[in-house]
Design a protein around this ligand. Structure first.
Ligand code: 8DG
Ligand code: MG
Ligand code: MG
Length: 158
């Protein structure tokens, strides 16, 4: 939510790593609609990052993960679509509040059982999940993920 009284929220998102691939799904939510993103969601009161990662991945894909590891955190101020689309203004001044503001915790994890197949558990929020090679990521990526990839970030163990 945005506007008066809006506060930054904490999200935990997960690179589920299988060989040289990661799990991505095309978003159907209003924020980042039609872009490819990691499974993940809001940190709930009292949860650890690891618990949130496992819960969100289970809720969204049906997959059981393990070996959760913290990778990094980013600050994501997501502009309102109306502001982003406004090409009539030459000013860089933000005239409307951001659509959302997330402090996003990036975690990596692996499958408990390698034979598990992702299921589209929330079909109103996601078009479906699939594995993508890091060198052949689908486009467009969800903006916070795109920014990380562009910066050279790599989620795979060294
Ligand atoms: P919930 O009700 O299940 O808790 O939330 P959700 O519906 O699963 O939330 P979400 O939009 O999937 O994730 C929360 C926010 O996390 C999202 O709006 C922005 C931030 N976020 C990033 N990068 C990514 C990403 O790669 N994937 C996802 N799912 N969210 C991300 O900054
Ligand atoms: Mg969720
Ligand atoms: Mg989600």
């Amino acid at each position: 939510s945005s506007g008066r009284g809006a506060v930054p929220r904490v999200a935990v998102v997960v690179f589920v790593i299988k060989y040289n691939t990661v799990l991505l799904g095309k978003r159907l939510s209003s924020i980042g609609h039609s872009t490819f993103a990691l499974p993940g969601g809001h940190l709930e009161f009292g949860e650890s990052f690891e618990e949130c990662a496992a819960r969100e991945v289970k809720e969204e894909t049906g997959l059981d993960i393990e070996k959760m590891e913290f990778l990094t955190v980013t600050n994501n101020v997501i502009p309102a679509a109306a502001a982003a689309a406004d090409s009539s203004s030459n000013s860089k001044t933000v005239l409307v509040p951001p659509a959302a503001h997330y402090v996003t915790i990036f975690v990596r994890a692996v499958l408990k059982e390698e034979t598990q197949m992702p299921q589209n558990m929330e079909p109103t929020k996601c078009d479906g999940w699939d594995w993508y090679e890091w060198e052949h990521l689908p486009q467009p990526l969800f903006r916070p993920l795109e920014v990380m990839v562009q910066s050279g970030f790599n989620p795979f163990p060294a």
